[in-house]
Design a protein around this ligand. Structure first.
Ligand SMILES: [Zn+2]
Ligand SMILES: [Zn+2]
Length: 334
């Protein structure tokens, strides 16, 4: 098969790759579409010890079952593979399983990803494509599940309903935009601001949201304060902004994985009782719920997604890297 292979830091090569072979309780999917995720970019920059070249990246995948018990079925993949046996897996928190692994990772276990014509996946990770969700847009289910999980994780611990919170979303990439869409359209929040430094991305977000989309240093952002802040970027500077702009008793939801450490105002966090929540992936339940949300068009028509040919994937990565791509999500089509 043809695949877009991560062959070295900032290097992707479109080339022949060995076909996956069918193993017990798994199916082989003919990939129809596969989205580029922020974490694929992280790997591309050589900064993810779980993704080491040579490797096929990509875990936001839709396609048709090519080999397996349900041959011919149109599907969306939940790329988070878990043991199914531990306390976390048995209590609906599969995403915290100590044996978890994503498609498109090769440490500790090899799992080739979706930037290819074929990919192998356990049957239990396969979801039927909902009727009203377009196959080529369906990879958006994965980042939408991440966003839904992040929004709902904190919702349980809130003192007042989420719709009445003053909310800041930091970052206008796919996760930031989808979080804001869920907050506006699904959770009916009245006060949401999104901050994003890149002008073309900010404009894309503006076109798709009712919320104000502003520069991080806009006075509307800087002179404001918030009850709930989503850091979808995860840089030292964005965490510092988050804590600076937090109201007493506020919650910071940390989703971004860009910079692992740095200075943070723990004194304010203590004195003002700021809750800091890390969030990763989604449960199986979140994934199923996400497909329903997308099928019902609850977060809109998704026309902000851009499509490229898989063979041109290397250029797409370069453009995301340079910041010259205005779309928050590029989906590659084999
Ligand atoms: Zn992803
Ligand atoms: Zn487990």
């Amino acid at each position: 098969m043809k695949a877009l292979v991560y062959t070295g830091t900032e290097e992707l090569t479109y080339k022949d790759f060995i076909n996956p072979t069918l193993i017990k309780d798994e199916s082989i999917i003919k990939v129809s579409a596969s989205g580029i995720c922020g974490s694929d970019m992280h790997a591309y920059h050589g900064k993810d010890e779980r993704r080491v070249p040579p490797l096929i990246l990509g875990h936001e995948i839709s396609g048709i079952i090519e080999e397996g018990s349900q041959k011919g079925k149109k599907v969306v993949l939940n790329p988070l593979i878990t043991c199914g046996n531990c306390d976390y897996c048995n209590s609906g928190s599969e995403h915290l399983c100590s044996k978890r692994v994503l498609l498109g990772m090769n440490r500790p276990i090899e799992r080739q990803g979706g930037f290819a014509e074929l990919v192998s996946v356990p049957d239990k990770n396969i979801y039927e494509l909902p009727n009203d969700l377009e196959m080529k847009k369906a990879p958006i289910a994965e980042p939408t599940a991440v966003s839904l999980h992040a929004v709902e994780l904190f919702e349980k611990s809130l003192l007042k309903p989420i719709k009445d919170q003053k909310i800041l979303v930091i970052g206008g990439g796919a996760i930031g935009l989808i979080c804001a869409l869920i907050l506006e359209k699904v959770k009916k929040c009245k006060s949401v601001i999104l901050s994003e430094p890149n002008e073309s991305r900010r404009n894309t977000c503006s076109k798709n949201l009712k919320s104000q989309c502003l520069k991080p240093h806009d006075p509307e952002v800087e002179n404001n304060s918030f009850d709930l802040i989503f850091d979808t970027v995860g840089l030292e500077i964005t965490r510092q902004n988050a804590i600076k702009l937090a109201n007493p008793g506020a919650t910071i939801i940390h989703i971004g994985l860009t910079q692992p450490a740095g200075i943070f105002d723990f004194r304010k966090a203590t004195l003002q009782e700021i809750t800091f929540i890390g969030t990763y992936c989604y449960t199986n339940n979140d994934f199923a719920k996400t497909l329903e949300i997308l099928n019902n068009k609850q977060i809109g028509d998704l026309n902000w997604i851009e499509f490229r040919d898989l063979s041109k994937g290397s250029e797409a990565f370069k453009q995301i890297h340079d910041g010259t791509c205005s779309s928050p999500k590029i989906i590659l089509i084999p």
